[in-house]
Design a binder for this molecule. Structure first.
Ligand code: CTP
Length: 400
């Protein structure tokens, strides 16, 4: 189902990018309604955004004619996502303070939809302590902030404050919603694990958590109740997701097993360390030896444990391979007793760790689907489509 995006445009020179943003959102199948602040009207005409969005553009809270159609509360309810691009320093300050002094700020207060901001302003304004404080307050409330980018600014200066390009914004927005998974509980694992060697050092890996967080967000957008068990990651909890933070593989295993009982679907996207140091030094290890042997012991395979549960959830695993992708992935599918596996090639020039894009080969007993290279957010949406389709087919096969 297409997502309903309420695009808020505030008054900065980057407002001209809103036109392309609307066009691209429509191309992705989104329904778009635009709300502009009074200041935005000085930078771009409502007519342009009306023509591109196919809907009347609103800017006035107290417009009797507009309120006679879809009033502002209805508009706030209509949105699946509120995106403000550009978000000026002034708008961020008003949102942080919880003001409702125009249509856009009123809508933000009245909606329960996730809020995403793409800031744009002079770099000194962006770095000003007042803006930093407002940003921190908004992020603490779960507002997602995209950018700004560094670069040449319209004022002739250089620094952070340039609004992201519409394509960069689109790459990271979940754009599909449905209620296919309403009433279902889904658990996703994400990120790396850290296995301590001493109080300051650990064995870890380069997983950023991006794929798992994007998947959690896509699955939540299909109506599922989401638990995300994550190793250390710089990412913040996606909207509507219950985030459980852990550090080690053993902690991840405990967090998963404690909560898996009432889950219908389990997606293991975490890059769990296969081994951990047998002993953790109580004090920092000193460099007084020329050689140091580490004794490692195997970590439990969380995914295999969940897949082996009697009456366990529908399980989806990942496989990262450097060669013979399909053969190795099918082997894991079978050995671990999974319902599905999403495999990707790593170590080459295509996606993988620490990248924004990836490609996947999804395999299940009797079927396969290849998902080409795309941003991890788009890929999460595409993988969620396949997972939901296979899961619903599995449920109906159980019924018959
Ligand atoms: N996994 C897990 N617990 C572990 C190890 C892996 O839950 N201790 C999950 C991962 O989240 C992922 C899948 O299992 O879904 C990866 O399987 P794994 O056998 O670890 O793949 P590789 O690490 O690629 O294995 P190998 O090094 O043997 O190829």
């Amino acid at each position: 189902m297409s997502i309903k995006v309420l695009l808020g445009v505030s008054g900065g020179i980057a407002a001209y990018k809103a036109a392309e943003l609307v066009r691209r959102l429509r191309e992705e199948g989104a329904q778009v309604r635009v709300v502009m602040t009074t200041a935005a009207l000085s930078f771009i005409t409502p007519l342009t955004l009306q023509a591109l969005s196919g809907n009347a553009v609103r800017s006035d809270l107290l417009d009797p004619r507009a309120e006679a159609g879809m009033d502002h509360i209805e508009l706030a309810r209509w949105a699946d996502l509120v995106l403000v691009a550009p978000a000026t320093a002034d708008l961020m300050a008003r949102l942080a303070a919880g003001l409702a002094d125009d249509l856009l700020t009123t809508l933000v207060l009245a909606t329960t939809a996730p809020l995403v901001l793409a800031p744009a302003m002079n770099h000194r304004m962006w770095l000003h302590p007042a803006t930093r404080e407002n940003l921190a307050r908004l992020q603490k409330r779960g507002v997602r902030v995209l950018g700004p980018a560094q670069g040449d600014q319209a004022c002739g200066e250089w620094g952070p404050g340039r609004m992201l390009e519409p394509t960069e914004i689109l790459d990271v927005l979940p754009l599909r919603v449905s209620s296919d998974l309403a009433g279902k509980r889904v658990m996703v694992t994400a990120g790396p694990t850290r296995e301590a060697l001493d109080p300051v050092r650990y064995i870890g890996n380069r997983s950023s958590g991006r794929m798992g967080y994007a998947l959690a967000s896509s699955l939540a957008a299909r109506g599922a109740e989401l638990v995300l068990v994550s190793g250390p990651s710089a990412l913040s909890a996606p909207h509507g997701v219950d985030l459980v933070r852990v550090e080690t593989a053993l902690e991840m295993e405990a967090a998963v097993m404690e909560r898996i009982g009432d889950c219908d679907l389990f997606v293991a996207a975490a890059a769990v360390s296969d081994y951990r140091p047998r002993d953790r030094a109580g004090e920092k290890i000193k460099k007084d030896r020329t050689e140091l042997d580490l004794h490692l012991v195997k970590n439990p395979d969380i995914l295999a444990r969940v897949a082996a549960l009697p009456e366990g959830p529908f399980t989806v695993g990942f496989a990262a391979e450097t060669e013979r992708l399909e053969e190795h992935a099918l082997d894991k599918l079978e050995k671990k007793g999974l319902n599905m596996i999403a495999a990707n090639l790593v170590g080459g020039r295509t996606g993988g760790f620490e990248r924004n894009d990836n490609a996947l080969l999804v395999l299940w007993s009797g079927g396969r689907k290849s998902l080409p290279l795309m941003s991890k957010t788009r890929l999460a949406d595409a993988l969620t489509d396949v997972v939901v389709e296979r899961y619903l087919a599995y449920l109906s096969s159980q019924d018959s």
